[in-house]
Design a protein around this ligand. Structure first.
Ligand code: FES
Length: 124
C-alpha cells in the first residue's frame, strides 16, 4: 500500500477531532442521499472569525471519515472566508488519491457540512 492510502487509513482508524464540541458557534449535518450516510460537524470561533475548536461525527465510509479528520485539522485557526473558499480541488489535494465520480460525494461530504454550518451561522 502506498503512503497516501496508508495516511487515509490512519485517519480513518485514528481520526482527529472526532466527537462534537460543547456550546458550538456553528453546526451542521450533511446527508449523502446516495448511501444514506451522514456527517455532522460543529465548532467554536475565536473573535467571531477564526475556527477555534472543531469536531465531527460521521456515519460513513473510510473516505468520508478520513476526509472529515483531515479537513478538521486543516481548518483550525483558519478564517471563515478561507474555509468558505475551499473547493473540491483542495479536498482532492488533501486526500491525495484518485477519486472516481461515484466516491466524490463521500470525499466532499465533510466540506459541505462545514461550509453549510458557517453559512447558516452568517444567516442568523
Ligand atoms: Fe456513504 Fe461514502 S459510502 S459516505
Amino acid at each position: 500500500m502506498d503512503n497516501k492510502k496508508e495516511r487515509l487509513l490512519h485517519n480513518y482508524h485514528h481520526p482527529r477531532n472526532k466527537g462534537l464540541v460543547d456550546s458550538p458557534d456553528f453546526s451542521s449535518g450533511q446527508f449523502n442521499p446516495s448511501c444514506g450516510d451522514m456527517v455532522h460537524i460543529n465548532g467554536t470561533l475565536a473573535n467571531s472569525d477564526k475556527v477555534s475548536t472543531i469536531g465531527f461525527t460521521a456515519e460513513g465510509c473510510v473516505l468520508t471519515q478520513a476526509s472529515a479528520s483531515l479537513l478538521t485539522e486543516l481548518v483550525k485557526e483558519k478564517s471563515i472566508a478561507d474555509v468558505l473558499a475551499l473547493t473540491k480541488d483542495d479536498i482532492l489535494v488533501l486526500l491525495g488519491i484518485e477519486i472516481g465520480p461515484n466516491r466524490m460525494r463521500c470525499a466532499l461530504l465533510p466540506l459541505h457540512a462545514l461550509q453549510n454550518a458557517l453559512i447558516k451561522r452568517d444567516d442568523k
